[in-house]
Design a protein around this ligand. Structure first.
Ligand code: HEC
Length: 340
């Protein structure tokens, strides 16, 4: 029962997020080089292949062919990594079928796995399909080594999202009158997903008229409001006190508003915040100082602000793993005559 709810939440949130993030996070696809010593074979090599190619049909939401492949437990349960009666290992057998075979995975209508991806899956299974070992703990033949060396890793999306939604479900629904008042303001207020009482509010359609006064309407739903988009709105530092009460926020869009460091000064209580967009605002390094305790923050957008590289680095020190988008180009070299 609990599991069902979790998986349902996980799936809808994933869908929503797929939508939202493809719009916002143009840089999210960026990867890093694989660390052949420390990275794990499953987590860093295999899971991304499965998440990107298989778990849409064999995952939390769907179990095509009655199997799911989105967690180690489910993969094991699926029996797709152990030899069947004919001696074939279903996962490997299916992905290696000819492209026009009726049984090929992913099915014919979907993008094929690359030759490299097929080889990596085969290698991992041949090494015991272990979920914990690092690459270096397995035997890595030359051809696999070549592939791994050229591979980059970026966290598969579903994993990021699952973490975002470890929030406990609110006990009851948000106050209906409060929701109606927000609707009346013209902002879009919606359940974040089918199976949750969490809400998202988006003021994009009424950005010009959505001001500090309107933000006050959000406070009565603070136990439910987890995504807020007031980008390009008339919101100013005057709303910061009210925003700081919205402590269930995981995602906050303030880009292209008049907010400054003074607003950030009040954001220390938004401890669940994972995504903060301040693009095109007047914030600076001094403002970032106030974000240091937001330990859940994963993505920060400060493109076209007063923030400098030094400020970013300081914040990254305080919040390990934080991704900061500055939109910076390579630092300009000063023309020689400018040096004295
Ligand atoms: C578009 C949906 C879709 C995608 C994407 C997809 N599959 Fe499937 N898969 C199916 C369907 C439908 C079946 C059941 C019909 C069949 O057996 O061909 C199936 C069956 C399977 C089976 C056999 C299950 C059993 O025991 O009968 C395996 C193994 C499998 N898929 C692995 C994969 C792998 C690995 C990937 C990614 C590389 C993948 N699938 C991607 C739809 C999908």
């Amino acid at each position: 029962m609990i599991l069902d709810r979790l998986t349902a939440l996980f799936l809808v949130v994933f869908c929503l997020n797929g939508f939202v993030f493809t719009q916002q996070d143009l840089t999210a696809a960026e990867g890093r080089k694989l660390d052949l010593k420390a990275d794990k074979a499953y987590t860093h090599v295999i899971e991304p292949i499965l998440v990107n190619n298989c778990t849409g049909c064999h995952g939390a939401d769907k179990a095509k062919g009655k199997i799911r492949l989105h967690t180690p437990e489910e993969i094991t349960k699926s029996e797709s990594i152990i030899a069947d009666g004919a001696g074939d290992i279903p996962m490997i057998f299916r992905v290696n079928l000819p492209d026009d075979d009726e049984e090929v995975m992913p099915p014919e209508s979907k993008p094929r796995l690359s030759a490299e991806q097929k080889k990596l899956l085969g290698w991992w299974v041949s090494q015991g399909a272990d979920f914990e070992k690092t690459i270096s703990e397995l035997s890595v033949p030359d051809d696999i080594n070549v592939i791994l060396t050229g591979l980059s890793y970026s966290e598969p999306k579903q994993i990021v999202i699952k973490k975002a939604f470890s929030l406990p479900e609110p006990a009851g629904a948000a106050d209906a009158a409060a929701v109606a008042a927000i609707e009346k303001s013209g902002a879009l207020i919606m359940p974040l997903a089918q199976d949750t009482k969490y809400l998202s509010v988006n003021a994009i359609n009424v950005a010009k008229s959505f001001n500090d006064e309107k933000v006050k309407l959000l406070v009565p739903v603070k136990g439910h409001l987890t995504w807020l988009d007031v980008s390009r709105s008339a919101v100013t530092d005057g709303a910061a006190g009210d925003i700081s009460q919205l402590t269930m926020l995981t995602k906050l869009h303030l880009e292209n508003t008049a907010v400054t460091d003074n607003a950030l000064q009040q954001f220390g209580k938004l401890s669940k915040l994972e995504y903060l967009n301040l693009y095109g605002t007047d914030v600076s390094d001094a403002g970032l100082e106030h974000l240091k305790n937001l330990k859940n923050l994963k993505k920060l957008y400060v493109w076209q602000t007063g923030v400098t590289e030094a400020g970013v680095n300081k914040l990254k020190e305080a919040i390990p793993g934080l991704y900061v988008n500055t939109g910076w180009k390579a630092p300009e070299e000063k023309p020689p005559e400018a040096k004295k």
